[in-house]
Design a protein around this ligand. Structure first.
Ligand code: MG
Length: 310
């Protein structure tokens, strides 16, 4: 079987990660800017954002139908699940990280740091200790397009951690220009964060993913970050990690896959700019891809990593 021509292996190890008779499906189209996919295994559906249209959508894996999940949606962006399977949301217009409680109500987890409003939380991940880590660039307050335009109240754009006990918020990464997507390595020893600051300061901020080593307490990062990878087409926005530690990242020309050693293993080319990806399906081996106006998916010979639900 021939590979789908949209799949470009750049290293022989990539052949083991793709399936040679699988192809890319365009599941749905009709958004302005798709982002923030999260797979909900209990319901076999994917929730994703259409930020400028101020809605979240739900793709039902069994029927193939897409329906509105929430609208208005406080211009939600990134999502993930917490350890109880609740959807955690980054809200541009709400300038908050919230979650949907088991009874359906919205519960704010964080909306300020040291008494100042957050900028516009962008992407979020939950660690196995229940802590919630999120990025807070200004894209949701830069204009009226993806939120409500406003001045930042903070001294910069940082990565924050919400404590699972007292819900205190601490700044864990403060050396980035516009931190965006983030994920942990499977053993949670490394925090990967994309910086899309090229949007504001140009090439002074290369479109990188940086790797921060976690301190022994698992609450802070240690020392200088390493540049893990630099994007050769557009920027890395959101990304996910598979169980072998490979990183599957959004990029301007599709999805880029990196070995944990930083080697670009291959690309999945798509006709639209990709903002984020998520592993789904009962086996977590289907990569859902948010590409500008459309939702795409492809089965892989790789499975998404992440903490077990409790
Ligand atoms: Mg993002």
């Amino acid at each position: 079987m021939a590979l789908d021509p949209a799949i470009e292996p750049l290293d022989k190890r990539f052949h083991r990660l793709v399936i040679h008779n699988a192809h890319i499906d365009q599941l749905w189209t009709g958004a302005r800017w798709t982002e923030g996919p999260v797979y909900v295994p209990a319901g076999r559906y994917l929730v994703f954002s259409d930020i400028p249209n101020d809605r979240t959508l739900r793709y039902d894996e069994l029927s193939g139908q897409v329906h509105t999940f929430e609208q208005p949606a406080r211009n939600q962006n990134g999502h993930c699940l917490d350890l109880e399977g609740r959807i955690v949301s980054c809200e541009h217009r709400g300038r908050a990280v919230s979650r949907i409680a088991h009874d359906g109500h919205r519960e704010v987890l964080a909306d300020s740091f040291q008494g100042k409003r957050l900028n516009s939380p962008n992407d979020v991940v939950v660690r196995s200790d229940g802590s919630v880590w999120f990025t807070d660039p200004t894209y949701g307050i830069d204009s009226e397009y993806e939120g409500d335009a406003a001045e930042s109240e903070l001294d910069g754009c940082h990565v924050y951690r919400i404590d699972p006990g007292d819900r205190s918020v601490t700044a864990v990464v403060t050396d980035m220009v516009r931190p965006n997507g983030l994920a942990f390595s499977p053993d949670e020893s490394i925090l990967y964060v994309a910086d899309t600051g090229i949007s504001h300061v140009g090439r002074k901020c290369p479109p990188d993913i940086r790797a921060y080593r976690l301190a022994a307490d698992g609450r802070t990062v240690n020392g200088e970050p390493q540049t893990f990878a630099t994007c050769d087409q557009g920027v890395f926005d959101g990304f996910r990690v598979d169980r072998a530690g490979n990183i599957w990242s959004s990029a301007g020309d599709g999805v880029h896959c990196f070995h944990p050693d930083g080697t670009l293993l291959g690309k999945i080319h798509l006709p639209e700019v990709v903002a984020n990806v998520e592993f789904g399906g009962p086996k977590r081996n289907r990569l859902y891809i948010c590409g500008t106006t459309s939702l795409y998916a492809m089965y892989l010979n790789a499975q998404g990593a992440g903490p077990a639900l409790v």
